[in-house]
Design a protein. Structure first.
Length: 192
């Protein structure tokens, strides 16, 4: 979750008279968003603030808080659910870039060189990487493997399988791996 958006939300909560909720969000920003624990008393003011104006980047947070409110406000799973949602989003981002790269590769089937877009979790990254066709195809044998630029590894959701000066091959772990496998499966609706 973007810290700036959480900070804006905390400020809005304080202005609206929900100082306790604002303090909990502010404390989580200062320490670690993974430690964010909200109680049922926080859900209504947070949802009111999120409904009053858009906070870009907090759509998933809003969905999770709404779910917690519907479930009766169990506070412990919130941090776990936020972490899982972040892993799913990062896995989906990487799978999107992989699909884009596969389409680019199809356009040049006779070339021994493949130029791809970095498949890291950063949705704003557009760094180009050059691989030999055999390097690229070796990575594609495993649906949980992705090619990223050196230094673009997210160690909380992936491990480095191998690296070169030009790129690193990472393998998704946890929820991100499940998302990558799911998104790699052929679409049954497409006629064969």
């Amino acid at each position: 979750m973007p810290r700036a958006a959480i900070s804006e939300l905390a400020t809005e909560l304080k202005r609206a008279g929900s100082a306790g909720s604002a303090h909990r969000l502010g404390h989580a920003i200062d320490r670690n968003l993974e430690e964010l624990v909200l109680g049922p008393e926080d859900y209504d003011p947070i949802l009111r603030a999120l409904s009053a104006r858009p906070f870009p980047g907090l759509e998933e947070f809003q969905r999770i808080v709404e779910g917690q409110l519907r479930q009766g406000g169990a506070s412990e799973p919130l941090a776990d659910e936020l972490a899982a949602a972040r892993e799913k989003r990062k896995g989906a981002n990487e799978a999107f870039f992989r699909e884009l790269n596969e389409r680019l590769e199809e356009r040049r089937p006779d070339s021994d060189v493949v130029v791809i877009v970095c498949e890291c979790a950063d949705e704003d990254c557009a760094q180009r990487l050059t691989l030999s066709r055999s390097e690229y195809e070796a990575v594609r044998t495993e649906p949980t493997q992705f090619v990223v630029a050196p230094g673009h590894v997210e160690f909380d959701i992936e491990i480095v399988v191998r690296g070169t000066e030009r790129f690193e091959v990472v393998r998704k772990i946890g929820v991100g791996a499940q998302v990558a496998i799911l998104l790699d499966e052929p679409d049954d609706k497409d006629p064969a």
